[in-house]
Write a protein that binds this ligand. Sequence first.
Ligand code: HEM
Length: 333
Amino acid sequence: MIDKWITRINSGNLEIDIEREIFATSGEIIARTTMDINDEHARKICEKLRTLQMALFKTTRYVGVPYIKFIDIKRTIEAKKLGKEIDKLLICVIETRKKSKVIRKGREDLLDLLLHENQVDEKYGKRLSTKQLVDECKTLLFAGIETSALAISWSLMLLALHEDWQNQLRDEIREVVGDKEVDINVIAGLKKMKCVMNEVQRLYPSAPNVQRQAREDIKFDNLTIPNGTNMWIDVVAMHHDPSLWGENVNEFRPERFMDDVNGGCNQKLGYLPFGFGGRMCVGKNLSFMEHKIVLTLLLSRFRFKISPTYIHSPSIMLSLKPAYGLPLIVQSI
Ligand code: HEM
């Protein structure tokens, strides 16, 4: 991606749709780190997942509406076809791994762990059927790629708007990383960058809501939530609530996370970009690692400005996306 950008910039084309580019790169990173899927396969799976998401979640108005799949038949057929194509690609990845003779001991990835559950166990039989295995892979890719791509994209948008922070991060990268190889120990020292990432997830949480279902009647003071009720916890609303964060709630202020992992929020569960409890995001640390590495590589090579063609319209399409893409002016340093 970086080489491609440099070629484009050298040919005088400075405007880049960051969201699309980062999505493709994030797809390659997550597919490779979790399942060792090669870039070409990753690209195909990502494109299909993206189209599937657009087909299913262009509007969230219909999510959970009974019998909607029979009412919107065209959408259902399109989604089913894409779902099958993705299954086929993933089955190919799984079968290749099963047949592989490469010894993976000591460097197992998530696919190895899932495959382990797919083997026949004397006591329990097969804990994960092949269909479940494919579904788990799909969930992992769906949950991991877009969310981390959006986190990086919104970061670049906010850094393009706040040049002072862009420069502060560049100075930090120079100090902490310098000429060293970018590895996990080195990036742990990027404290300001971590604050920026947290603040970006507060203002533009990639996952804009978290769902739960009441498994029994729940009582809060005089309120009873009946068993079976589906609840959508509105993370965007909570992250923009002045009664939780104070009057400067809508301002980009990464420093609020400097000495407080909760960003100064006066409620312990008021900051929920990765969910909470037993179902909290399993990819949180991986996404922070990816975020730090990608920002380090990009900020040390390029300067970002908002493009005049950018239309600010964050929209909920399952995730919180820029509805008209994220064109930025990118210049080499
Ligand atoms: C900025 C990046 C990310 C954000 C904001 C994010 C956010 C979330 C949220 C809000 C949930 C629901 C948690 C809950 O219900 O309490 C979730 C679940 C999940 N995430 Fe992430 N996620 C990110 C990256 C990733 C990555 C990189 C992966 C994997 C490679 C991943 C895999 C998952 C999975 C598998 C679940 C379902 C967990 C379960 O239901 O037990 N996520 N994520």
